[in-house]
Design a protein around this ligand. Structure first.
Ligand code: HEM
Ligand code: SF4
Ligand code: SF4
Length: 525
C-alpha cells in the first residue's frame, strides 16, 4: 500500500516562513519569491532595452568608448544616464533573483530526482550571466574596465591553450582596436545568444513555462530600478591609463567577485576554485540522489487519444502519437519515463479516471500511476469514509508535498494523501459526496507554489469549469473547500478545517428541514 512520511528540515522550514512573510506583505499572486524565474526574465528585458539604447550612442573603438559613455551619462542624463543606470542595476537585480531562485530550489529540495536537468543546466547559465556582466564592465574602458581587462587576461593566460601573452600585451599598450571590438561583439551579440540558448535548455523539460512576471511585480520592480537610477546614477571611474595604477576601485560584487582573489592567489588556483565550486554545484542533484516513483503508464483500452494528459503534464513527459493498435481512435499518448516526475496530474486529467465507471470491477483509466492506481484511490476513499462514526463526515484529500494531514484524522474526518491535488479527477469529489461525505476538503501546496508546478492551477481551472475534465455544474460547490497549506501551516489548516466542519454541520442541519434547498440538492447528489 502506498504511504508517505514527512520531515521538514530547518532550511526548508526557515524558507517557508520567509515565503509566508512575503505572501502576507505582497499577496500570493505578487509574492516575488514565487516569481524569481520570471523576474529574472523581466530584468533581462530591461537590460536588453536599455542596452539597445546605449548601443546606439556607444563608440566601439578603444579611443572613443570612454568618451561616448561619459557623453551619454552627463550630456543626456535624463535618457542616457538613466538608461545606463537601469542597464547596470537591472543586471545586478538579475544576479540577485538568479541566486535566490537557486537557493529556493535547494531549500525546498526541488533540485534532485526528476529535476536534475533544470539544476544541471542552471549552473552554467549563472556563469554565462556573470561573464556577460564582465565584458560589459570592460567596454566602459575606464580604470575598472582596464582592471577587468588585465585580470581577465591573466586568467586566460594561465590556461594551457592560450599563448600566455595577453596580459603582457595589455600592459605594453598593445591592445588593439580589434580585440576591443571583439569584446563589443561578445557583449552585444555572442554572449546574449549563448544565454538565450542556455535558458532554453534550462526549461526544455518543463511545459507551460511562465516568462512574464505578474504586471504589478514588473511595474514595482521597474519603479524601484528607476528610483535607484535617479538617486545613485551609475558613473565611470577615470579613463583607463596603462601607466597609472588606480587609487580606489569600486567593484560590482555581483559580477566581479572573483577578481580580488587574483591579488592573493595565482590565476591557476583561482581557476581550480571556481571550477571545483561549479562542478560541485552541478553534481548536487546526486549528493545524495533522490528517487522518483515509477512513471505513469498508458492503458490504451481506456484511452481515446484526446491529448488532455499531454496538455496538462508539467514536465513535458507525454507525447501524442499516431495510434499503434487497431482501435477507431486516431491518436494515443506515450509517456517518456525519463521525464516523468510521477506527479499523477495526468490521472486527474483523464476523463476515464471517473470513479463512477466500472462500479463493480477494477477501475481502469487511460493513464495511471502503477504505485497508486486510481482504483486504489477510489477504494481507499470509500474505505476511509466507511470508517467514520461522527455526525458531520468530511473527506479530506491532501498532497504528499504539503501540510501533513495524518494528524487531522478523526471520527469526523477521513484523510487520503495523493501525490498532488492535481491528481484528483473532479468526479472523485462528487463520488465522495455520493459515498457519505457531507463535505470534501482539499488541501495541497500553498497557492502559487505547487511542488509539481501546475497541480494547483489545473485543479482550480477544472473546478471553475475552465479546463477538462471540469467539475459538473450540478456538483455541490458549497460542500467543497480548497484550502492550501505548506508543512509549516498545520495550525492554520486545522482552524480552516474546523470552520469547514461547522459550515457543513449547518448545511446538514438546513438540509434536514423539510422543503429546504439543501435537502433537495443532497437527495439529488
Ligand atoms: C538565467 C538564469 C535563470 C533563469 C532565467 C531561470 C528561469 C527558470 C524558469 C522560468 C523556470 C521554470 C519555473 C516554473 O515555471 O516552474 C526555472 C526552473 C528551474 N530552475 Fe532556473 N533559471 C535560471 C537559473 C537557474 C540556476 C542558476 C539554477 C540552479 C543552479 C536554476 C534551477 C532551476 C531548477 C531546479 C528549476 C526547476 C523547477 C521545477 O521543476 O519546478 N535555475 N528556471
Ligand atoms: S505523472 Fe506527472 S510527469 Fe508523469 S506523465 Fe503524468 S503528468 Fe507527466
Ligand atoms: S487524457 Fe486519458 S484519454 Fe486523453 S489521451 Fe490522456 S490517457 Fe488518453
Amino acid at each position: 500500500m502506498y504511504t508517505v512520511s514527512k520531515r521538514v528540515n530547518p532550511v526548508k522550514r526557515m524558507y517557508l516562513l520567509l515565503e509566508e512573510w512575503f505572501t502576507l506583505s505582497f499577496g500570493a499572486d505578487w509574492n516575488p519569491l514565487y516569481h524569481l524565474g520570471t523576474l529574472t526574465f523581466f530584468f533581462f528585458w530591461v537590460v536588453l532595452i536599455s542596452g539597445l539604447y546605449l548601443f546606439i550612442f556607444f563608440d566601439t573603438s578603444i579611443a572613443g568608448a570612454y568618451a561616448s559613455v561619459e557623453h551619454m551619462t552627463h550630456q543626456q542624463w535624463y535618457a542616457g544616464g538613466v538608461m545606463r543606470s537601469l542597464h547596470r542595476y537591472a543586471s545586478d537585480a538579475a544576479v540577485v533573483t538568479i541566486l535566490l531562485h537557486m537557493f529556493r530550489e535547494f531549500a525546498l529540495d526541488r533540485y534532485r530526482g526528476f529535476r536534475w536537468w533544470s539544476w544541471l543546466t542552471g549552473v552554467p547559465t549563472l556563469w554565462f550571466v556573470i561573464t556577460l556582466g564582465i565584458t560589459g564592465y570592460w567596454l566602459v574602458w575606464d580604470e575598472l574596465g582596464l582592471y577587468v581587462a588585465v585580470l581577465s587576461s591573466q586568467l586566460m593566460d594561465s590556461l594551457p591553450v592560450m599563448s600566455g601573452s595577453m596580459a603582457r600585451d595589455f600592459l605594453a599598450g598593445q591592445l588593439t582596436d580589434r580585440l576591443f571590438t571583439l569584446m563589443g561583439f561578445l557583449h552585444l551579440l555572442g554572449q546574449p545568444i549563448l544565454l538565450i540558448f542556455a535558458v532554453w535548455l534550462h526549461v526544455k523539460r518543463l511545459s507551460h513555462v511562465e516568462v512574464s512576471a505578474p504586471r504589478g511585480l514588473a511595474v514595482g520592480s521597474l519603479l524601484a530600478l528607476l528610483v535607484l537610477s535617479l538617486l545613485a546614477p551609475a558613473t565611470s571611474h577615470a579613463p583607463a591609463e596603462l601607466s597609472k595604477v588606480p587609487a580606489v576601485l569600486h567593484l560590482d560584487w555581483f559580477y566581479l567577485n572573483v577578481y580580488p582573489l587574483l591579488d592573493q592567489w595565482p590565476a591557476t588556483r583561482v581557476w581550480m576554485l571556481t571550477t571545483s565550486v561549479t562542478l560541485l554545484l552541478m553534481l548536487m542533484p546526486w549528493l545524495p540522489p533522490k528517487k522518483t516513483g515509477p512513471a505513469a503508464e498508458v492503458h490504451l483500452d481506456e484511452c481515446n487519444g484526446c491529448g488532455q494528459c499531454a496538455e496538462d503534464c508539467p514536465f513535458d513527459a507525454i507525447s501524442v502519437q499516431a495510434r499503434s493498435d487497431d482501435s477507431r481512435w486516431e491518436n494515443e499518448v506515450v509517456v517518456n519515463p525519463e521525464q516523468c516526475a510521477a506527479c499523477g496530474i495526468c490521472v486527474g486529467s483523464c476523463h476515464s479516471s471517473n470513479p463512477f465507471r466500472h462500479a463493480k470491477k477494477t477501475l481502469e483509466t487511460g493513464i495511471d500511476m502503477p504505485q497508486f492506481p486510481i482504483d486504489e484511490v477510489r477504494a481507499r476513499t470509500v474505505a476511509a469514509l466507511d470508517e467514520l462514526s461522527g455526525d458531520t463526515r468530511i473527506m479530506l484529500f491532501g498532497c504528499d508535498n504539503a501540510a501533513d494531514i495524518d494528524s487531522l484524522r478523526s471520527p469526523d474526518v477521513a484523510v487520503l494523501s495523493l501525490f498532488c491535488t492535481g491528481m484528483i479527477p473532479p468526479t472523485l469529489v462528487e463520488y465522495a459526496h455520493r459515498h457519505g461525505a457531507d463535505g470534501v476538503f482539499i488541501t495541497g501546496c500553498r497557492t502559487g507554489d505547487c511542488y509539481f508546478r501546475l497541480g494547483n492551477r489545473w485543479l482550480d481551472q477544472r473546478f471553475a469549469g475552465r479546463r477538462k475534465p471540469a467539475l459538473r455544474q450540478r456538483a455541490q460547490r458549497d460542500r467543497i473547500r480548497v484550502y492550501r497549506a505548506a508543512e509549516t501551516d498545520t495550525a492554520r489548516l486545522r482552524r480552516e478545517l474546523a470552520a469547514f466542519q461547522r459550515d457543513m454541520a449547518a448545511l446538514k442541519q438546513e438540509a434536514s428541514v423539510p422543503g429546504t434547498r439543501g435537502e433537495a440538492e443532497i437527495a439529488d447528489a
